[in-house]
Write a protein that binds this ligand. Structure first.
Ligand code: MLT
Ligand code: ZN
Length: 445
């Protein structure tokens, strides 16, 4: 009876065509990209604007119906797919990108606008979004903000948090808050947008974001550097930080990961002789940066990409790790952060732990951020996940660097967040969502 009433209310709000109840229509929204997380939604609801989101959340609150917000569904921790029985709230139709405000270099983007659309709007105004990663054509601004996404350019421009000049969100009782004033200095009260960034849909449904853009730096050069070990990679990073002020990205991968990618894409090796460790470096500036790179690299064993095609060819080897791993099986994806001076020992310990469990580890990530993507193939159960996260905790790192906690890691949050911190998080959650209807089970188990 109550279920029927809610379904009718939702149809009245968004139109019957945007409440998907049939299993085959719901199906694309119910599973994540990696194939690891899937659950049946009570219904998929596709509002067109903030007013409709407000009404949908208010109706769900009245019925005590849990909601899972979803953007481009590119997440990797199960935060954006149902666990079973929730209303799946797809924000994809809120995809408008406004005109860039030249004076502030800011733009309003709907939660459903893709990263690629944001990048195009920024480029059309002679600016740059300041954030980039492989899922750019599907990942949405709302999801980026809810997860505090990072990507390869966080080294220079920070994570999504640094790009959020303000946001609009719908709270658990259906009321909207809008902090998109475009005013840089605003310390009147608590910083609610800051609280929502990285909250993974548990404190509010983000409907629009005012994004701070950055200057466009058209002169770019990329180098793929082969190194003997991770210590050499860390030394190279230190040299680049000191001698290359135009440094924008410094990612890494290992030779077995490269081989997986080369086999998957049927490509020849980019560098001979092969090396155990590779760092891919990008410099960007207003003027030519090739000399700056050459000076910083010295005699390094490297291949350099200057024009766009060559740069993309080198980046493809790094960005295709995700796709090559997915082609090899359903991976346990552990996105972690470790202090750089402990990175080498951490990678060795992970490999040993994963191999002891009879599984295979593919390790790559964002060197400059100490951000490692530990991909485990062939693991039975979750024991190996916990063992890897314990290695992170022992080294003073974080169990989640840029993908979020989601449902995948919620039970392990206490490994790297203190009891007092978790108690504060729970108090905030209770205050903003007393019925626990916003993405229950994500972040806080
Ligand atoms: C990446 O850096 O490629 C992404 O975070 C995706 C992944 O870990 O698979
Ligand atoms: Zn990443």
């Amino acid at each position: 009876m109550a279920a029927d009433t809610l379904a009718r209310r939702l149809r009245d709000i968004v139109g019957a065509g945007h409440v998907l109840s049939e299993p085959d229509l719901r199906e694309p929204y119910e599973g994540d990209w990696s194939g690891r997380f899937r659950g049946a939604a009570r219904a998929v609801v596709r509002p067109a604007d903030t007013a409709q989101v407000t009404a949908v959340v208010a109706a769900c609150a009245e019925h005590g119906a849990p909601i899972v917000p979803q953007g481009g569904n590119t997440g990797l921790v199960g935060a954006g797919v149902p666990r079973g029985g929730e209303v799946l709230l797809s924000l994809r139709r809120l995809d408008a990108v406004g005109d860039v405000d030249a004076a502030t270099a800011q733009v309003d983007a709907g939660a459903g606008a893709t990263l690629a659309a944001l990048q195009s709007a920024a480029a059309a105004a002679g600016l740059d979004a300041g954030i980039d990663f492989g899922a750019r054509d599907s990942a949405t601004v709302g999801g980026l903000t809810a997860a505090d996404a990072g990507g390869r350019r966080a080294l220079r421009h920070g994570t999504m948090r640094a790009r959020v000049a303000g946001l609009e969100a719908v709270l658990a009782d259906g009321r909207a808050i809008d902090r998109r004033t475009g005013v840089l200095k605003d310390n009147a009260g608590y910083d609610l947008p800051a609280l929502l960034v990285g909250s993974e849909g548990t404190l509010g449904v983000i409907t629009a974001v005012r994004v701070q853009l950055v200057p466009r730096l058209p002169e770019r050069v990329v180098a793929l550097v082969g190194l003997g070990d991770v210590e050499e990679a860390a030394d190279l990073l230190a040299r680049l930080r000191r001698d290359a002020p135009s440094l924008e990205c410094a990612d890494f991968f290992l030779d077995d990961g490269l081989q997986l990618v080369l086999d998957h894409l049927r490509l020849p090796a980019p560098l001979e002789p092969r090396a155990p460790v590779y760092v891919i470096v990008e410099l960007a500036g207003r003027g030519d940066v090739t000399e700056e790179l050459a000076d910083a690299l010295g005699e390094a064993h490297a291949v350099v990409g200057i024009d766009g095609t060559d740069r993309d060819r080198l980046w493809r080897l790094r960005e295709s790790h995700t796709e090559a791993i997915a082609a090899a099986g359903v991976a346990h994806k552990l996105d972690v952060g470790v202090p750089l001076d402990r990175l080498a020992g951490f990678l060795d310990a992970v490999r040993e732990t994963v191999e002891e469990a009879g599984a295979r580890a593919v390790l790559f990530g964002h060197l400059g951020d100490g951000n490692v993507h530990v991909n485990v193939l062939g693991a039975e159960g979750d024991d190996v996940d916990e063992a890897v996260l314990r290695l992170v905790a022992e080294r003073g790192g974080t169990i989640s660097a840029e993908h979020g906690v989601g449902v995948a890691k919620a039970r392990w949050l206490s490994l790297t967040r203190s009891e007092a911190e978790i108690a504060a998080m729970r108090a905030i959650k209770r205050a903003l969502d007393p019925q626990n209807i916003l993405n229950p089970g994500a972040v806080l188990a």
